[in-house]
Write a protein that binds this ligand. Structure first.
Ligand SMILES: [Zn+2]
Length: 504
């Protein structure tokens, strides 16, 4: 087959695909505007719900803290003026039982922490018992006699062998000499502060932050698959804790991307509580980092995404990126190709210019793939591309001079980027397309379509951090779950946090 026919064939395929895409795009646009209305409403409701859940969780935490403090003071309703309702769990035996309508004492649905509903002993895999050493009153040493009213703390964790539950029991022992009852002390080094271990925390954020299940679905999945009961509020708090824990790790990756010699960038819209903001990806050979920004304007990108202008930036012709020196940029030829296809579909001179530009574009890609496959050396690539460059730029100049509506302006803009069209020819490691960044951004866009974005700034941070971790580790062939477990497993003092750069 001769080259001309091959190019024609390619063009026909491109044109068909393009009109397909255009139809799908307009379809999506219509659906998007429908959804926008519904988004705003759902966003309001979700926000209210999240706030309520957060407050419930906070109340439970405060109650637990209060109970612990009271206990430290050794006071409850039996030896102070505190009302019985203020007693920590487990001291209620002497308090008169109030009839409650159908509600159990302790954790109700929606609570966790110290107020979680305790599981029966047969559901536990292990028990840890704690006894007081000596009588708090007369210092006599005490026998280790288990107490039926021991304070129980249940801890659930998960690894690849399954769920593992441990019950920690603090006993009180009556002194054989003086009769005083002494509680075993609460030791935070032995009894975990949180009811869920690192493996379970990592699994939860993997479900919501990486696989993008809603919190409610994640709760249902944990229950159906593992028999683990967790409230939506607990999921929210785990997300927050994990988000804080991985912040330094993610910051390190962001710094790495900013300093990289070659980086791909792309942006799209994102919604926070129904308001449109901007989502950007910065991808290098080693890491992929995401940032939700208030808008996609040049100044914002400069101050919050890039910080410093360094290295070669591969991107489309977004005007917001004009602050980056042209000779240190590469404009995406896949974008140009789509533009030229749209020209070629027009009648008259516009169509002819489009055809001609498409012809050169196929030559550009042809030489590039020959180079990539080792059939052309760098020197040969440079030599062959030189006349193509002259032809393309001359053609663009002719197109500008013709003053054709909807074409000359675009060609003028492309010419403004003329220095940035050919960086890949000479610069090792630079590619002629931005497919890398676009691919990375697509997963996030799919999430946005399903979740309508985030509900808060905290949600944005969680989303961008989890996606940064997941995309970077996948690129490096590392396990996301193992990494998250390592991030939330307590480390000895001075040991550094796990790094996303470790493999690079
Ligand atoms: Zn005693």
């Amino acid at each position: 087959m001769d080259a001309g026919a091959e190019i024609d064939e390619l063009r026909a395929q491109l044109a068909a695909r393009d009109s397909d895409l255009a139809a799908r795009d307009s379809d999506l646009a219509a659906r998007d505007s429908d959804l926008a209305l519904r988004d705003a409403h759902i966003a309001r409701l979700e926000k209210q719900l999240d706030r309520a859940l957060e407050q419930l969780g906070r109340v439970a935490e405060l109650e637990a803290e209060l109970a612990n403090l009271r206990e430290l003071l050794g006071r409850d309703s039996s030896n102070s003026n505190k009302p019985p309702s203020s007693d920590p769990p487990g001291t209620g035996a002497k308090a008169p039982k109030k009839k409650k309508k159908g509600r159990r004492r302790g954790g109700q649905r929606g609570h966790d922490g110290s107020h979680r509903e305790l599981l029966p002993p047969e559901r536990m895999d292990a028990f840890e018992d704690y006894f007081p050493c000596e009588c708090a009153r007369c210092h006599a040493s005490l026998p280790q006699i288990p107490h039926p009213g021991a304070k129980r703390y249940q801890h659930t964790d998960l690894d690849r062998d399954g769920v593992f539950r441990t019950e920690h029991r603090r006993h009180r022992v009556a002194c054989p000499s003086c009769g005083h009852e002494t509680w075993a002390k609460y030791d935070p080094n032995k009894i975990p502060r949180y009811p869920f271990g690192p493996g379970l925390m990592a699994a939860v954020v993997l479900l919501t932050g990486v696989y993008h299940l809603s919190r409610r679905r994640a709760v249902r999945l944990l229950w159906e698959l593992l028999g683990v009961r967790m409230s939506v509020g607990a999921v929210s708090r785990i997300e927050k804790r994990m988000s804080d824990l991985v912040a330094p790790t993610v910051d390190e990756a962001v710094e790495h991307a900013r300093a990289a010699e070659i980086k791909h960038a792309d942006g799209t819209s994102w919604y926070r509580a129904g308001v449109m903001v901007s989502l950007w990806v910065l991808a290098t050979a080693a890491v992929t980092v995401f940032k939700v920004l208030p808008d996609g304007q040049g100044e914002t990108l400069r101050e919050k995404l890039f910080i410093k202008v360094c290295g070669v930036l591969v991107s489309d012709r977004a005007t917001a990126l004009k602050f980056w020196a042209m000779k240190r940029r590469q404009i995406c030829w896949a974008h140009l190709l789509r533009k030229f296809v749209s020209f070629s579909q027009r009648d008259g001179p516009a169509g002819r210019i489009g055809e001609e530009l498409l012809g050169y574009t196929s030559i550009v890609f042809d030489y590039w793939s020959s180079f990539r496959e080792g059939r052309l050396s760098r020197a040969e690539l440079i030599a062959r591309m030189a006349p193509v460059r002259l032809h393309v730029e001359a053609l663009l100049e002719r197109a500008v001079a013709k003053d054709i509506k909807g074409l000359s302006g675009s060609c003028e803009d492309i010419l403004e980027h003329r220095e940035a069209l050919w960086t890949f020819v000479e610069r090792a490691g630079v590619e002629p397309t931005n497919n890398h960044a676009e691919r990375e951004l697509r997963a996030f866009v799919l999430w946005r379509r399903r979740s309508f974005g985030s509900q808060s700034e905290r949600g944005d941070r969680f989303a961008e951090r989890m996606m940064t971790i997941a995309h970077t580790l996948r690129k490096q062939g590392r396990s996301v779950l193992d990494f998250l477990v390592a991030c939330c497993t307590p480390r000895p003092e001075g040991e550094p946090a796990p790094s996303l750069l470790a493999a690079s």
